[in-house]
Design a protein around this ligand. Structure first.
Ligand code: MG
Length: 230
């Protein structure tokens, strides 16, 4: 009996915040606290709108805004992980976006490998997803890309393009996810469960804009089926 040729690998790379889990009501506070702990003093005003940015980028911008040296960023990143762990252990969990679990399972059933491409670090991603009740086994953590040390989201997609042995698709909730997808030649699928409205996302390169992963379940699978295998 002849061996069947292996299915070519295809990767669906999911953003976390606003895509798989709803944004936290007070999510920006952790970056602020992490920088305060690294600096050893309180800092004034909070930074606005962090959506679509990597953790490294948000910490770097917060440090710069307050006139603090970027050499504190590594310490701030460690505090950020620790603050996330404490929040997780206190039971302060994110809410899973509707249809996220079913979308991951359906994509896998259609031959896609589910990975993450997120501005969060690995630990913070796991806390957010597990806290929201997602089965972490649905994610291939070795084919995931994390933004805890990468300042520019597009550098994450370019790293993914170099590392993966097949085409990838980005699923995300911000125009910056689209910019990052474009930079690596990846297709982009947008979902409007984050901070950006459908119209903002329709103005990107998105193949389709889903209101959410539940009502958009069929449209997601149809968009994936439409993509070339290579
Ligand atoms: Mg997001």
């Amino acid at each position: 009996m002849r061996d069947m040729p292996a299915e070519p690998a295809r990767y669906l790379l999911w953003d976390v915040d606003g895509t798989l889990v709803f944004n936290g009501a007070d999510a920006g506070n952790l970056y602020h606290e992490a920088v305060e702990l690294a600096a050893g003093r309180t800092i004034a005003d909070r930074m606005p709108n962090t959506h679509g940015k990597t953790d490294a980028q948000i910490l770097a911008e917060t440090l710069a805004h307050h006139g603090l040296p970027d050499t504190l960023r590594q310490a701030a990143a460690l505090h950020l992980d620790e603050l996330s762990r404490l929040r997780h252990e206190r039971g302060e969990h994110r809410t899973l976006c509707p249809g996220a679990d079913a979308a991951l399972r359906a994509a896998a059933a259609h031959g896609w490998t589910n990975g993450l491409l997120t501005g969060n670090g690995r630990q913070r991603s796991a806390y957010k997803l597990a806290g929201a009740g997602l089965d972490l086994e649905l994610i291939d953590w070795d084919r995931s890309f994390f933004g805890d040390t990468t300042l520019v989201r597009a550098d994450l997609t370019r790293r993914a393009a170099a590392a993966l042995d097949g085409p990838a698709v980005i699923v995300g909730d911000t125009p910056n996810d689209g910019v990052a997808a474009d930079a690596a030649g990846f297709a982009f699928i947008a979902v409007a469960t984050g901070a950006f409205a459908r119209d903002d996302l329709a103005a990107t390169s998105a193949r389709v804009v889903l209101d959410d992963l539940q009502s958009g379940h069929g449209a997601l699978l149809a968009a994936l089926a439409d993509l070339p295998a290579r």
